[in-house]
Design a protein around this ligand. Structure first.
Ligand code: CTP
Length: 404
């Protein structure tokens, strides 16, 4: 099999310079990239940069090399088209099927998956015209990545930033890996909790756990690539923000519960990948707890935390909402998993065997997915992304029919 062929469309926004980094990631990881910049984007990044970084001529015009029919061939030959940055104007043109330059022609002729990474000022992003264009593109099967929140051009801050190129690359990788399977989570809102809660004892100490958040983040990344709107409730993680997710940061189990319940109100699926502390200190000392000469330390009294998974499983915010739990077990993995599935009342339980060197903080995972309908899926040892894909493969067919 030859290298996957990617068309990188670049439209005229200042974030065009970040697309250089995306291009590098794509070429370095073995993709054949053809850059198609719009005329306006050449004000920000010149043709020579695209040609040098891609190793291919950058095509801007339908009138160049006409005998090769580039306005048709480039789109036809592509395995993936990614437009980054996608301006409001580009989204409008794509949604309405205009074809007044090489990139818009390419979008009309491409039969492969298409990813748009919009970047613009908040007002332009929020404008009903843009939102309707985005909805149209998504309905037709394109993956439109939600812009990030942060510093924009000039002094403005808000939603509209192009996500980190490395994270756009991850979305592209996920979309390419799916091939023609398409964005099966399009139009769905999924909520994922990730990381591990910390329960404070005093201003400097907490009871915590060793969860890194990698599995939850992998779930978020793969869900974006499958077209979902994603809310990621992250407890004490130190990982790069995935592109296109709505990130809510929390510290304790109680905060996590609030954030998950709030986001779950209109969610099609909730995946509880976070390691939530079952107990928290009964008392919080507002000053640092000091050792006292000649005295043994006082025992730490604990109280139960709410069980978020059991609660959302029992009181589904929406009919047909699919709830997924995780179980980390050290012994009798399957028997404990089955008992936990029943006790928690969720639809799917992803059971991991954990130990000192297993799962926590590692890039790989092995699991068995147990379903309340009796199904059982073994997932061999492999990257956390691969397990995430299998989890979504199990969630997707169990989702309630889409609402009109
Ligand atoms: N969980 C939760 N709220 C808690 C504890 C756990 O929502 N207070 C969720 C986790 O996110 C995970 C699942 O429950 O999806 C399983 O967590 P685990 O700690 O393995 O289960 P426990 O109920 O704590 O069972 P045990 O301690 O007996 O193993």
């Amino acid at each position: 099999m030859g290298k996957p062929k990617v068309v990188l469309g670049v439209s005229g926004g200042i974030a065009a310079y970040k697309a250089c980094e995306l291009l590098r990631r794509l070429t370095e990881s073995g993709h054949e990239v053809r850059v198609v910049p719009t005329a306006a984007s050449l004000n920000f990044v010149g043709e020579a940069t695209w040609a040098a970084l891609s190793g291919n001529p950058a095509s801007t015009e339908v009138w160049e090399t006409v005998h090769e029919v580039p306005h048709v061939r480039i789109g036809q030959a592509a395995d993936l088209v990614v437009v980054a940055p996608a301006t409001a104007d580009m989204l409008a043109k794509a949604a309405h099927g205009l074809a007044d330059d090489l990139l818009t022609n390419t979008l009309l002729t491409a039969r492969c998956p298409v990813v748009f990474a919009p970047a613009m000022h908040t007002e332009m992003w929020e404008h009903p015209a843009t939102q309707e264009n985005v909805a149209t593109l998504r309905r037709r099967g394109a993956v439109v990545i939600e812009p990030a929140v942060g510093r924009l051009t000039g002094k403005d801050t808000g939603k509209g930033r192009l996500p980190d190129p490395e994270e756009i690359f991850e979305v592209c990788r996920g979309v390419l890996a799916r091939g023609t399977a398409g964005p099966d989570l399009a139009g769905r809102h999924v909520v994922i909790s990730a990381g591990g809660t910390r329960e404070p004892l005093d201003p400097v100490r907490f009871l915590g756990n060793r969860s890194s958040g990698k599995q939850g983040y992998a779930l978020a990344r793969t869900a974006v690539a499958r077209g979902a709107r994603v809310t990621l409730v992250a407890a004490n993680t130190a990982l790069a923000d995935p592109a296109g997710v709505d990130l809510v940061r929390v510290g304790t189990a109680v905060q996590l519960r609030e954030a998950v319940l709030e986001a779950a109100r209109d969610a099609d699926a909730v995946v509880m990948a976070a390691a939530v502390a079952d107990f928290r200190p009964a008392e919080y000392a507002s000053g640092k707890i000091k050792k006292k000469d000649g005295q043994e330390p006082a025992p730490v009294a604990l109280v139960r935390n709410p069980d978020v998974l059991a609660e959302i499983s029992a009181d589904r915010a929406r009919e047909g909402q699919v709830v997924v739990g995780f179980a980390a077990e050290t012994d009798d993995v399957l028997a404990n998993g089955r008992a936990k599935l029943l006790r928690k009342g969720c639809d799917l339980l992803v059971v991991n065997e954990v130990g000192e060197a297993k799962t926590f903080g590692s890039e790989e995972n092995e699991a068995v997915i147990l379903a309340s309908d009796g199904a059982e899926v073994q997932v061999p040892y492999g990257p956390k992304e691969a397990l995430a894909e299998v989890i979504w493969d199990q969630v997707a067919p169990r989702l309630a029919p889409r609402r009109a």
